[in-house]
Write a protein that binds this ligand. Structure first.
Ligand code: ZN
Length: 200
């Protein structure tokens, strides 16, 4: 009934991005121990490969005073999401912390979120609007879950979305590719890589 193979309907293009530093936010989605540390309960092995490129992107953004936002999955003990994924990233626990390699500074914005979407029930949109942000660079994990929901939510709110494809990770290749498809097809996201982004 279902095909074993599906054709990717388009060739994805990776483009350079020159982004005005004062109008851009770099949003690092859920690079927490739960997902990006091998001892996390929802570990995404591919996330380890994204740590170096994300780190370089963060350094570049910091040097140009780009607004840095980190989202954190932040669940209460009996969160209904645990019916799907099992318990993970409980508020205030080690799993909910950002991995050591990407530790935020005290100037960065931390957004504790209840659901896949970084905007849902959080102050993220207010923070971006206050700072007159127009463009978002969205990196992190899991690509087809919290990254895609946050990217979609940003696009729906009128922000331009840039996705450095070497800075996102998924459990399955199919999920990763479908993220690129949805992000570009639905939300008109621009695909780029960490070294092709310049903050000006
Ligand atoms: Zn969660």
């Amino acid at each position: 009934m279902f095909p074993d193979h599906v054709k990717i309907p388009e060739k994805f293009e990776v483009k350079p991005a020159r982004l005005e530093a004062s109008k851009t936010a770099l949003i690092i989605v859920d690079m927490q121990n739960a997902f990006a540390h091998e001892k996390g309960r929802l570990f995404v092995p591919e996330s380890r490969k994204t740590i170096e490129p994300i780190k370089k992107l963060l350094e570049k953004a910091r040097s140009k005073n780009v607004l840095l936002v980190y989202t954190q999955d932040w669940h209460q003990k009996d969160d209904p999401e645990f019916n799907i994924w099992g318990e993970h990233a409980v508020a205030g626990t080690w799993e909910a912390e950002i991995v050591d390699e990407l530790k935020p500074s005290d100037r960065d914005v931390l957004v504790k979120k209840l659901r896949y979407d970084g905007f849902y029930g959080t102050y993220l949109d207010d923070v971006l609007r206050m700072k007159k942000i127009e463009k978002t660079v969205i990196a992190g994990t899991v690509a087809n879950i919290c990254v895609l929901h946050t990217a979609g939510s940003a696009a729906i709110r009128g922000y331009e979305v840039f996705i450095p494809i070497d800075c996102i990770s998924a459990l399955y290749e199919f999920d990763y590719m479908s993220t690129l498809r949805q992000a570009t097809f639905l939300y008109r996201a621009i695909l780029t890589t960490h070294d092709k982004i310049d903050f000006i």
